[in-house]
Design a protein around this ligand. Structure first.
Ligand code: NI
Length: 227
């Protein structure tokens, strides 16, 4: 499932995030990539562990926690520290797959990447090119969203970013390990949850059908989730 979530950041938060990182420190984007993706990746990113990275991370993590659609769709268990990257002057990221396992620097914590997430920090009219292209069995999906919007997609997908031929494309990318490993199971839960929310709005949260379906949701979550 690919899912677009709008307005994860407000316009003011986008501006604040951009102001935090605009002066860097920017470093070569290959600092964090795996072997195959290092061959394909041509961009810059904010140095991990810098004050700018930490401040912008905190802002994004707060916003994600306050986005119910993100929580319902991703069922996040562990989030790998967001990275802020910038493409300009023809920079690109060729077709690649994200590493399945990531170790959190300086710790023995490992995170399995179930979902890849891109939060856009520049608007589509600020740059040419720079589409995120995600491949699945239905073909290729082209994604270029407004600043503050994000896309989630299975980390198992091949994907790329087309060359940025004008302006700057700035975004925040991160991976997460979901409580529910299987994409299909996670999608079933998200759809069930969305239907329960809708039914609850129509009939009230104490309607017997809503209560029964909520029970079913939690029993499926209990069956499928690691915590
Ligand atoms: Ni990637």
């Amino acid at each position: 499932m690919m899912l677009k979530i709008e307005n994860v950041l407000t316009r003011a938060e986008v501006d604040q995030c951009r102001a935090t990182i605009i002066d860097g420190p920017w470093v070569d984007g290959n600092e964090t990539s795996g072997h195959q993706s290092a061959l394909a990746k041509k961009n810059e990113q904010i140095a991990q562990g810098s004050d700018a990275a930490n401040e912008a991370n905190a802002l994004v993590m707060d916003a994600l926690g306050g986005t119910p659609e993100f929580v319902a769709a991703a069922l996040p268990l562990k989030v790998y520290m967001p990275m802020f990257n910038r493409y300009a002057g023809g920079q690109t990221f060729g077709n690649h797959v994200d590493n399945a396992i990531r170790q959190v620097r300086g710790t023995d914590v490992r995170i399995r990447s179930d979902l890849s997430c891109t939060l856009f920090l520049t608007d589509p009219d600020e740059y040419d090119g720079g589409e995120l292209i995600v491949e699945d069995l239905f073909g290729e999906h082209k994604v270029k969203l407004a600043a503050g919007d994000m896309v989630l997609y299975p980390a198992s997908s091949l994907h790329r970013v087309t060359p940025v031929t004008r302006g700057n494309r700035i975004s925040c990318v991160f991976w997460l390990q979901s409580m529910v490993r299987e994409n299909a199971a996670r999608e079933h839960l998200f759809r069930l949850d969305s239907s329960i929310q809708q039914l609850s709005a129509e009939k009230g949260g104490d309607d017997p059908l809503v209560v029964d379906l909520t029970n079913l949701y939690h029993n499926l979550l209990r069956r499928w989730a690691d915590s």
